[in-house]
Design a protein around this ligand. Structure first.
Ligand code: PEP
Ligand code: MN
Length: 706
């Protein structure tokens, strides 16, 4: 290594040591031979690993054997100690070798390799993301066409638009912590983690010429680069840190500028690529500075069960004491060790949190699949981001740390004991009245004794609470929805309803105001301080609706639109699932199961009347369904007496009866001028009618059984 002296001539480090010129060439030749020998030995090692992979191909055994890895490391460290070689150097080298061997075997089992993939990353050529993406491909024997994008969002969009097969994005750094924007993308976009890569970051400070640090006025870098070098930056007397969209781009900008006070933080490779002089190496606050990257795909990968995998998921907990703990106990009790738990704000829900969780396990393994199922019912919302070969340095478990296979040593949760009555079968056997269904499992009361409670704004739906959702059948104008919002709020409603996409029997009838109507509804709700519920009719409306409305209603005609139900299972928004107008309770609960199996447990059932031979009312409101559903399922159930009867004068009596029967709430149509309502005029209550309904409601006690 050389640096430039004040006179501008190169000088050697370790001044005073003179090397014998004639010998050095010979010594270097010897060194070159040793280095080539090392590479040859690595190649030989890989041949043996290949042979092992072929043998393992036909065996059930996993490809990672922590005990054997520990013995390998202990063995080589003992040799190193004997020879006076640094144990930590040898450990570092062998960790890399072992992880390369695991990657080689993973490739073998997965049949990877040989392909060409298009990879999107954030930044420009020579950025850390570029380097990590290349390392990721090389480790899998893939060739790639890499394309850099200005932002994480643009890289993700390229993946989702099909312009890339993979996006490689940084997710956390050992110095600066999590990269929030990437977490937000994982939450909101349909992308799955199919792999991970780590990169040791060596930040250096580079400028166009060799200038003293005190002459620098501005330091450009990606915000992460600035954050990871914050101590060093504070030591520069005159320089202002300035964010730039990526580290290599910052280097390029410095090279292109003629301002001598400009410098950039990035990799030495990027500095060299842009012809800059490195003023200082290793300037990060922490010496061991790693970034973990995730490889994202549009579809999840299925990994061979012998591959040691990590599984990542997003989770929202139930509104109960000890809710997070119960979820974590599902993992620890089934022998899965958690490698990361991160909490992030839950969008649109002040002071509520989503948890990002990584654990060691493979969703293709039945034991992990069972744990995920159990987690689904313990949590309120889960999105499984994927199972993928673990790469980040993990501890090698000591014997006894791993649960015995087949005997997960499950710990009982709080308030539970280990009596056989805790098994689902035993609970079902003790309650012969409750018949287990073949069509649903997670929504079954047998899977969860306690009522599911769903938070909407400040109100809780389910359990002890009683919630009134009221408003017009359709949003018609800002004035109409605004007047409804104020009136129903002042008379005790908790949620504002209003249809904007209307499922009308006749194509000639008013079809709703669509997205403009949604804006009016949301504005009226915000103004009145009420959360809003509105109907979603199609799969492609779900994401946009979920970002604006507080509850997404599935209308009676869509109860068995399974694609729609599955899509709703992927978002973190409560779903109000109306009973199909000719559906049995069994079919209704099976429809709820469709939502829940995708990860979203926040389903509110709504009885709205069914078709019978009776023609005196529009539908026959089946109030017995409330008692049946409360027995069979832990989900909240509310009643819609407006559609249930179709006639204004029957709405209030049925609303009172619903409360008495143990319903968790009501859905009521109210209009400032009901006779002129553009939809469902006959059943809409006037303001006075709604006020009268609410006055009497307060006096009604729910049934003891409810
Ligand atoms: C509604 O609530 O306006 C509605 C259309 O309901 P349903 O799907 O029960 O007919
Ligand atoms: Mn209606």
């Amino acid at each position: 290594m050389s640096e430039v002296s004040e006179e501008g001539t190169p000088r050697r480090y370790r001044c005073g040591v003179t090397y014998e010129q004639p010998d050095i060439a010979g010594l270097r030749q010897g060194l070159d031979e040793v280095d080539t020998g090392i590479v040859r030995l690595i190649a030989r090692r890989r041949e043996i690993i290949d042979a092992i992979a072929k043998v393992k191909e036909h065996s059930e055994s996993g490809i990672q054997d922590p005990e054997r890895e520990r013995r390998v490391l202990d063995g080589v460290i003992a040799v190193a100690t004997d020879l006076g070689v640094s144990a930590s150097l040898v450990r570092t080298i062998f960790r890399e070798l072992i992880s390369d061997s695991v990657a080689q075997q993973v490739r073998h089992l997965n049949g990877d390799g040989g392909g060409r993939v298009r990879v999107a990353f954030q930044g420009t050529a020579h950025s850390y993301s570029d380097a990590a993406a290349q390392k990721y491909l090389a480790g899998r024997g893939l060739a790639g066409d890499l394309a850099g994008y200005r932002t994480f969002r643009e890289a993700a969009d390229a993946l989702l638009a099909g312009d890339a097969d993979l996006a490689v994005l940084p997710i956390e750094n050992t110095t600066a912590g999590s990269i929030n924007e990437v977490y937000a993308l994982l939450r909101s976009r349909e992308m799955y983690i199919v792999g991970e890569e780590t990169w040791k970051v060596d930040h250096c400070l580079a400028a166009a010429a060799d200038v003293p640090l005190s002459s620098l006025t501005r330091i450009l870098s990606h915000p992460q680069g600035l954050e990871q070098c914050s101590q060093f930056l504070r030591s520069l007397p005159n320089a202002v840190p300035t964010t730039y969209f990526d580290t290599a781009g910052a280097m390029q900008a410095v090279a292109a500028s003629d301002d001598p006070g400009l410098a950039a933080i990035g990799s030495p490779e990027a500095a060299a690529a842009h012809g800059l002089v490195v003023l200082r190496h290793d300037i990060a606050d922490a010496e061991e500075n790693y970034t973990r990257f995730v490889a994202l795909s549009r579809t999840p990968a299925t990994m061979d069960v012998r591959i040691p995998c990590k599984t990542s998921l997003i989770l929202a907990t139930r509104h109960e004491e000890g809710a997070l703990l119960r979820c974590l106990e599902v993992l620890s009790g089934s022998g899965h060790s958690m490698t990361k738990l991160e909490s992030r704000p839950r969008p649109g829900r002040p002071w509520e949190y989503l948890f990002f969780l990584d654990f060691e396990g493979n969703a293709a393994d039945p034991k992990t699949a069972a744990a995920l199922d159990e987690l689904r019912s313990a949590a309120l919302y889960i999105k499984v981001l994927g199972s993928y070969p673990a790469k980040a340095l993990r501890h090698l478990p000591r014997p006894g740390e791993l649960g015995e296979p087949g005997e997960p040593g499950r710990q009982p949760g709080p308030g539970q004991d280990e009596s056989p009555a805790d098994t689902l079968e035993a609970v079902a056997a003790e309650q012969p009245a409750v018949r287990r269904s073949r069509h649903y499992r997670l929504v079954d009361r047998a899977a969860r004794q306690a009522d599911t409670v769903i938070r909407v704004g400040d109100v809780l739906v389910g359990g002890e609470g009683f919630v009134v959702m009221a408003g017009p059948c359709s949003v018609e104008s800002a004035e109409q929805i605004g007047a409804c919002a104020r009136f129903v709020r002042d008379h005790g409603a908790h949620v504002l309803r209003g249809g904007v996409f209307k499922p009308r029997t006749s194509p000639y009838a008013f079809q709703g105001l669509g997205w403009d109507g949604l804006d009016l509804l949301v504005a009226a709700g915000r103004e009145a301080g009420l959360p809003v519920v509105t109907e979603v009719m199609a799969v492609d409306q779900v994401q946009r609706m979920a970002s604006a409305a507080d509850i997404l209603q599935v209308g009676t005609r869509n109860m068995q639109n399974f694609d729609l139900l599955r899509e709703l299972g992927k978002v973190d928004r409560p779903v109000l699932l109306k009973r199909g107008l000719s559906s049995t309770i069994e079919e209704w609960l099976a429809a709820a199961e469709y939502v829940v199996t995708q990860g979203n447990q926040q389903v509110i059932l709504c009885e709205r009347g069914i078709r019978t031979f009776e023609s005196a009312t529009r539908n026959t409101l089946d109030l017995s369904a409330v008692a049946v559903v409360r027995e069979r399922s832990h989900l909240p159930v509310i009643v819609d007496p407006s559609h249930g009867t179709g006639q204004r004068r029957y709405v209030a009596p049925m609303a009172w009866a619903a409360r008495a029967a143990g319903a968790h709430g009501l859905l009521i149509e109210v209009h400032p001028d009901p006779d002129r309502a553009l939809s469902d005029a006959d059943q809409s209550l006037s303001f006075d009618g709604f006020a009268a309904l609410m006055r009497r409601l307060a006096a009604i006690q729910p049934s003891a059984a409810g």
